[in-house]
Design a protein around this ligand. Structure first.
Ligand SMILES: Nc1ncnc2c1ncn2[C@@H]1O[C@H](COP(=O)(O)OP(=O)(O)O)[C@@H](O)[C@H]1O
Ligand SMILES: [Mg+2]
Length: 251
């Protein structure tokens, strides 16, 4: 197991954002966390990646207990996250933005800038390399966020809604980029709202509702799970769908 989360609990004052969450990610897989807005997905990433200290529970990464470790140390170990709301250094070029992250493992400026160029190529930002980051569109900023994470040369990449707000053509361009990470030995755990993309990309899905994991498994099975249908469509939805299916004569 590359990542093992056990009993993870995070409270914000009186609000329990995560309650006893357990999940695992195997090396080489693309796993997804789905769930309605406010389910605790981003909080889960923050707790795994050291941005939030959980009130209870453990996070193990590559066999090591990393619970409560600060983000810089986790990043150095190879566990890195992207942010749902991207914040590039607006005054720097795209290449310089990526190079800042590349400096984690490359001391020389030349090496960091060169790595930035290679990473930009992979996320289809090569033609914008010398432009100011402030000029990027939303799709460009999402790619830059991914590029900055990749420049730290991670083993496990947590992607928080990198497809959100993109149009279908932009999503179609990003999907092979994410799938391709696997060939470079990068394991991926992603949060995603675009269900079609989750179905196409992920080997395994974890469903978070109200701070709890309510289902997990291969995407095709998970979307048929009554607990998941009700979480998205409301109480009684699974039964209604079943009835409609029966009436329509479908299996
Ligand atoms: N820093 C915080 N302080 C207080 N409440 C928070 C904080 N971050 C998130 N929350 C609350 O925790 C719950 C889960 O939020 P979040 O993890 O962002 O959900 P998701 O990413 O699934 O939409 C929400 O009710 C949200 O309002
Ligand atoms: Mg979120």
């Amino acid at each position: 197991m590359l990542l093992e989360v056990e009993g993870l609990t995070v409270r914000f004052g009186g609000l329990t954002a995560l309650a006893d969450v357990a999940l695992t990610v195997e090396p080489g897989e693309i796993a997804a966390v789905i769930g309605p807005n406010g389910a605790g997905k981003t909080t889960l990433f923050a707790a795994i990646s050291g941005f939030l200290r959980p009130q209870a529970g453990r996070v193990r990464f590559a066999g090591q207990d990393v619970t409560g470790m600060p983000p810089e140390r986790l990043c150095a170990l190879g566990l890195v996250r992207t942010f749902q709301v991207t914040r590039p250094f607006a005054g720097l070029t795209v290449r310089e933005n990526i190079a800042v992250a590349a400096h984690l493992r490359h001391r020389s400026r030349a090496a960091a800038l060169a790595l930035a160029g290679r990473v930009a190529e992979r996320v289809h930002l090569a033609d914008r390399l010398e432009r100011p980051a402030a000029e990027l569109t939303l799709a460009g900023r999402k790619r830059l966020e991914l590029a900055r994470a990749l420049a730290t040369e991670p083993r496990l990449l947590l992607l928080d809604e990198v497809l959100a707000g993109l149009n279908p053509a932009e999503i179609a361009e990003m999907e092979p980029v994410i799938r391709g990470l696997r060939e470079d030995g990068i394991t991926v755990l992603l949060i995603e709202h675009v269900m079609q993309a989750v179905m196409r990309l992920s080997d395994r899905v974890w469903v978070l509702v109200g701070g709890r994991i309510v289902a997990s498994g291969p995407p095709a099975a998970v979307v048929r799970d009554p607990a998941v249908i009700e979480a998205y469509l409301g109480p009684g939805a699974a039964e209604r769908l079943e009835r409609e299916r029966a009436l329509a004569g479908g299996a």
